[in-house]
Structure formats: structure tokens, C-alpha cells
Ligand binder design. Structure first.
Ligand SMILES: Cc1cc2nc3c(=O)[nH]c(=O)nc-3n(C[C@H](O)[C@H](O)[C@H](O)COP(=O)(O)OP(=O)(O)OC[C@H]3O[C@@H](n4cnc5c(N)ncnc54)[C@H](O)[C@@H]3O)c2cc1C
Length: 351
């Protein structure tokens, strides 16, 4: 499976682009692949799996047909394995911001990082929307976001030798504090409570680093940015007793979790009902032919936001997309158990 990063200027030609790599977007790759249709898949998160991977990776799921129990991350791993024969191209860490119909009936789709597609069809599998980092919420923060205030770490090397303040009490905050403490000029981990939500082993490791004098642990919440003559100098933290603690720093790494946002999808001119995309139940097509929606993002009479509903929707959407792209082609229902063509596509037979 390839991870693609296209130069901003190039346009990628695609049969189908899937917006969202949650369980339903991943299964959409499979259903399209069985019909011989290739897909690109884009997600604003840095990894596939949507809510399963982001919100409850360790929890068991009990209502996936024929899997009496399956961990949420395990389900994602199994889906990734299942779609491997179709070699989808992944574009991760990129929010899809623009979708427009072209004059020739195809679609232009663009991501926030400049990847542009010219695609025959689109499947929106965007769940509850793209996950956005919860921001630090201090006055004047916006001007420093991206450089001095970061919500994700893309290139850890840029932070080596710098004075860092890490905010948060979950796994991301702990993992980055542990990873960067030995390489930073200084590092303070700020969390509002003495207890941490992250893995016990990580909490232990962090405490060892504190004891060894490699990093500080400060109990408190962000109070104000320290800026002098427009230059970023650090942050002031308010302790539980109301005391103010100034922390000189080059970068703040803020890991306050993620929240979903429908965001740009609401502006693509598609019919919405209660923040969900209206679809028909034969093709799972939105109000625009060629743009389909599966999984939690869609709505229709009787809709249930369950993974298995999304899987069914993806199967029907794939047939509809095949007809949209290749209207002359006769459609047959083939079984994977007996179809030599499907088995060839799956890579399980030579014929
Ligand atoms: C705690 C919890 C437990 C659950 N347990 C169960 C269960 O037991 N059984 C069950 O069936 N369901 C369960 N669910 C619900 C299930 O997780 C969802 O139904 C399922 O994840 C929906 O899949 P999806 O692919 O439609 O969307 P999601 O999983 O939400 O994935 C959508 C993806 O699209 C991406 N995205 C959105 N907008 C954009 C954009 N503009 N550009 C790029 N990417 C974008 C998001 O980043 C996300 O990764 C549970 C949910 C929660 C929160």
C-alpha cells in the first residue's frame, strides 16, 4: 500500500477518491477493488482507522458479523490487511477542503496541503467530520500556531536542542515528553492534575525522567503567552493554588485531544440534514450524482450509525459508482467464492 505525497502543483488522476479512512472508508476500498476500481483515500489524521483508532483502539467490539469479539484497532488492522491486494494510495494527515464538479462531469478535490485530484467519483466516508486538535485557547495564540505552538509533531528533529513545554495528560503528551526530553535543551510537561490518563508504563517512565532531572513536571493550566516586541518567549502557567509560573520556551506542544468537525464538507453544496449528508438507499448517492456517502456521515430513513451498516452501504455504493464511471459495462453479481476474476483481483489465484 503506498503512502503518497504529491507536489502541490501536480494533479493526480483517480477513478475514485474516498474522503475518510475510518472503517467504512477502508471497506469502500475493498468493495471497489472487487469490481476492479482503484481508489485513493485521504484522511486528516496521520493514521487510518477513524473513530476506532482515535477514540477507542483498545475497546472490544462485539457486533461485527462472524467476529464474536474484535478489538477496535484490530478491526482496523484486519481491514488494512483485507484491502492490501487493491493497493490503495493513502494520503494521510491531509484534510480535504475543496470539492467541485468540473465541466466534464468529473470532480476536482483538493486537500489543505495542496494535493489536487481529478477524479471520476467521490465517496465521502467522513464519519463525524475531520478530527481537529483542541487549541490552547490563549489570547494571541493564533499568530504563533504552526511554528511556536504545535498541535502535532511532524518532524521531531526540528525540536532537538530547543526549550519545550508539552501540555496534556494523555498518551500523546507523555509519549512526546518521553521521546523529546533527552534531546531537548529543556522540557516541562504541564498537566492540570497530578494523575495522568496515559499508559501506566509511560507515566512511570516520565516520573523516572523527572527524578533524573531530564524534565520537569508542572501541575497547572495555560494562563498567558509571554511575548516581547512580537517575539515568542514562552508561556505562563497557573498552578492549582493560583500561583503563576513562567516557562521560557521556544515551542509549546499542545496535546489536549481532538474533536470532530464537519468543517468544509458543509460547504460543498450537498444536501444536508442535521449535519449529515442525505443519501438514497439504493446507491448511497448524495444530492450530486457521482458523489456518494457511506458510514456515519450519511442519513436516510432508519439510519443507524453502526460499522456494519457502513459496510453494507459501501457495497451498494461501489456498484453505483461502477455504473456511474462505466455506464456501458454490464453489471453482474459475482461471488468471491466462485469468481475467477474477483479471485485474481484478490491475488488468491493465478487464473
Ligand atoms: C466509544 C465508541 C464505541 C463504539 N462502539 C461501536 C460498536 O461496538 N459497534 C459499532 O458498530 N460501532 C461502534 N461505534 C461507532 C463506530 O465507531 C462508527 O460507526 C464508525 O467509526 C463509523 O465509521 P466511518 O468510517 O463512517 O467514520 P469514522 O470512523 O468517523 O472515520 C471518518 C474519518 O474521516 C476523516 N475525515 C473527516 N472529514 C475529513 C476531511 N474533510 N478530510 C479528510 N479526512 C476527513 C476523519 O479524520 C476520520 O478518520 C463506537 C463509537 C465510539 C465513539
Amino acid at each position: 500500500m503506498s503512502q503518497a505525497t504529491a507536489p502541490a502543483s501536480s494533479v493526480l488522476e483517480a477513478e475514485v477518491v474516498i474522503v475518510g479512512a475510518g472503517p467504512c472508508g477502508l471497506f469502500q476500498v475493498f468493495e471497489l477493488g472487487l469490481l476492479g476500481i482503484g481508489a485513493h483515500i485521504v484522511d486528516s489524521l496521520a493514521h487510518p482507522g477513524g473513530q476506532c483508532a482515535e477514540l477507542y483502539p483498545e475497546k472490544p467490539i462485539y457486533d461485527i458479523p462472524a467476529l464474536p469479539v474484535c478489538g477496535a484497532q484490530e478491526l482496523v488492522d484486519r481491514l488494512m490487511q483485507q484491502i492490501r491486494p487493491f493497493n490503495p494510495r493513502f494520503h494521510l494527515g491531509q484534510e480535504v477542503t475543496e470539492l467541485a464538479r468540473r465541466e466534464d462531469g468529473r470532480f476536482t478535490l483538493r486537500t489543505a496541503t495542496g494535493t489536487t485530484f481529478n477524479t471520476g467519483a467521490v465517496v465521502i466516508a467522513a464519519g463525524v467530520g475531520s478530527f481537529q486538535p483542541r487549541r490552547i485557547g490563549l489570547p494571541g495564540a493564533e499568530a504563533f500556531e504552526g511554528e511556536h505552538i504545535r498541535y502535532r509533531v511532524r518532524d521531531a528533529h526540528l525540536l532537538h536542542g530547543k526549550r519545550l513545554v508539552v501540555f496534556g495528560g494523555g498518551d500523546s503528551a507523555l509519549d512526546w515528553a518521553i521521546e523529546l526530553a533527552p534531546k531537548a535543551a529543556s522540557l516541562a510537561l504541564v498537566h492540570r492534575r497530578p494523575d495522568f490518563r496515559g499508559a501506566p508504563a509511560s507515566v512511570l517512565k516520565m516520573r523516572e525522567l523527572v527524578e533524573a532531572g531530564r524534565m520537569r513536571h508542572v501541575e497547572g493550566t495555560p494562563h498567558a503567552l509571554n511575548v516581547e516586541g512580537g517575539e515568542f518567549r514562552g508561556v505562563t502557567v497557573k498552578g492549582p493554588d493560583g500561583s503563576l509560573i513562567g516557562l521560557e520556551s521556544d515551542h509549546l506542544l499542545v496535546f489536549f485531544g481532538l474533536h470532530p468537525k464537519l468543517g468544509p464538507i458543509a460547504e460543498w453544496g450537498l444536501e444536508l440534514e442535521k449535519k449529515a449528508l442525505k443519501v438514497d438507499t439504493g446507491k448511497f448517492q448524495t444530492s450530486v450524482p457521482g458523489i456518494h456517502a457511506v458510514g456515519d456521515i450519511n442519513t436516510y430513513p432508519g439510519k443507524k450509525k453502526l460499522i456494519l451498516s457502513g459496510f453494507h452501504e459501501a457495497a451498494l455504493a461501489a456498484f453505483a459508482i461502477q455504473h456511474h464511471l462505466y455506464p456501458q459495462k454490464k453489471q453482474f453479481l459475482q461471488y468471491t467464492t466462485t469468481s475467477p476474476l474477483m479471485q485474481k483481483r484478490l491475488g488468491v489465484t493465478e487464473s
